[in-house]
Design a protein around this ligand. Structure first.
Ligand code: F6P
Length: 329
């Protein structure tokens, strides 16, 4: 069998570890792997990985030492051309032309939306791996890259707390997460932030001001507020404006972490998840499974239909939202 592999959408730390697992797992069971550059756009451009020995397939050495490497050596993109049905039909024709029997897309909701569309034009097997820092996909407890993104956020919070304490200030730290508060909530909880503003919970400026006054009265010298970029109130800049206007008892600074969270060497948890799911995706394909994402729920490996993974966003754990609130006293 010839298995194609690509990375699509926002890159995530651990995508390389996942690619390594796909290649090693396929080779060890006697199958070939075709690396496709730049996601679905690279597929449309027939932009394939050529290994050092000149072959259009990946070998064990093509993925040497990859577990520790951030980003993705296959590179990634979001393809406009692939979104249209005629783009998907052309991609299917290219897969047939190169005798590719199966595909493993590594990415997030947009990637699996694309995979679900591609299946309408192609009879090959598709099993995806969840590679996104957002951790917003139904069908897996954690996505590849989330642990590293949170680690980066927590390291930033720890450093900002030092300067916040020195200057008796408040920091508004904006983290990634267009539709999901997972990164913000986990970063806030692990980093000891007082408040997290999430898309899933209402952000009430008057209530935050009341909380800030109470914290000041209780002797708090510094405050950390973590804001998901997709918070319904707006990002950190909007919140800063509104808190100043409402009479914040703390002076404040805004820090946007943004793409910093997408880079860096993957945390061990991401490497292990990526390796586990890359191997599971290959084994699932060899069992004839298709139209599903490989995931892990409660320690069990599970396959979830693509449509369910992106149909709705995974809710943030209500218990952790309450825990954060009870810690900030
Ligand atoms: O989906 C992953 C993600 O990093 C989101 O958290 C963020 O909103 C988005 O991608 C940013 O995308 P881009 O790299 O196109 O700016």
């Amino acid at each position: 069998m010839r298995i194609g592999v690509l990375c699509s959408g926002g890159d995530a730390p651990g995508m390389n570890a996942c690619l390594r697992a796909v290649v090693r797992s396929a080779l060890s069971t006697g199958h070939q792997v075709v690396g496709i550059y730049r996601g679905y756009q690279g597929l449309l451009d027939e932009d394939f990985f050529i290994s050092a020995d000149g072959q259009p397939t990946m070998n064990a050495r093509s993925v040497s030492d990859l577990s520790k490497l951030g980003g993705t050596i296959l590179r990634s993109s979001r393809s406009e051309a692939f979104r249209a049905p005629h783009g998907q039909a052309r991609a299917a024709a290219i897969l047939r032309k190169h005798a590719i029997d199966a595909l493993i897309p590594i990415g997030g909701d947009g990637t699996f939306r694309g995979a679900a569309d591609l299946i309408k034009h192609w009879s090959g097997l598709i099993v995806g791996c969840p590679g996104t820092i957002d951790n917003d996909l139904v069908g897996t407890d954690y996505t590849i890259g989330f642990a590293t993104a949170v680690q980066t956020g927590v390291e930033a919070l720890d450093k900002l707390r030092d300067t916040a304490e020195s200057h008796e200030r408040m920091f508004l730290v904006e983290v990634m997460g267009r539709h999901s508060g997972y990164i913000a909530l986990y970063t806030a909880l692990a980093g000891g932030a007082e408040i997290a503003c999430l898309p899933e919970t209402p952000t009430d400026v008057a209530q935050i001001i009341g909380q800030l006054h109470a914290l000041k009265e209780h002797g708090k010298k510094s405050i950390m507020i973590v804001i998901a970029e997709g918070d319904e109130h707006g990002g950190a800049a909007v919140l800063e404006r509104d808190l100043v206007a409402a009479g914040s008892p703390f002076s404040m600074r805004v820090v946007t972490l943004g793409h910093l969270q997408r880079g860096g060497s993957p945390a061990p948890a991401d490497r292990i998840l990526a390796t586990t799911l890359g191997d599971f995706a290959v084994r699932s394909i060899l069992q004839g499974r298709t139209g599903v994402m490989a995931g892990q729920i409660g320690g069990q490996l599970v396959l979830t239909p693509f449509e369910e993974t992106f149909g709705k966003h995974k809710p943030v754990p209500a218990g952790l939202v309450a825990l954060l609130e009870s810690m900030a006293t």
